[in-house]
Design a protein. Structure first.
Length: 138
């Protein structure tokens, strides 16, 4: 399924929230069993190449309406043909089937929202302080 993945660590060290949100990865999230362990991968649109290094020994930490939190060991590819590359602890926050985000702001909509906010503010002020409406004697 399509997902936006936020990597929460760099070389095993936790990142600040701003750094996490600065570099999301988009792609097809797949979690499958490989022997006795689970592997999570984020594939590009071609369905074959990895967008980010795979997550080995993946475990589900949290699942809610906002997304999925996976943890495991991130394995980088080797430069040569033998052995494994560097491995670091990694945590992924995955937004599954994310809602499309607006790309540009609509100035007319922004003006409408600002007028509504001002109208609510004026109405609230008049309701809180009835003396400002003047003297009313029937």
């Amino acid at each position: 399924m399509f997902a936006i993945v936020y990597r929460c660590r760099r070389e095993g060290q936790l990142l600040h929230r701003d750094d996490i949100e600065a570099a999301p990865a988009h792609g097809e999230l797949q979690v499958y069993r490989k022997g006795m362990k689970r592997v999570a991968v984020l594939l590009a649109q071609d369905g074959e190449s990895y967008v980010i290094p795979l997550l080995d020994k993946a475990r589900l930490l949290a699942l809610d309406g906002r997304g999925v939190l996976l943890t495991g060991v991130e394995i980088y590819p080797t430069r040569g043909g033998k052995g494994t590359g560097p491995m670091f602890v990694q945590t992924w926050w995955c937004e599954l089937n994310p809602k499309p985000r607006p790309t540009i702001a609509n100035p007319a909509e922004a003006r409408r929202r600002e007028r509504e906010r001002q109208a609510r503010e004026v109405g609230g002020t008049l309701l809180r302080r009835p003396m400002r409406r003047g003297n009313h004697e029937p």
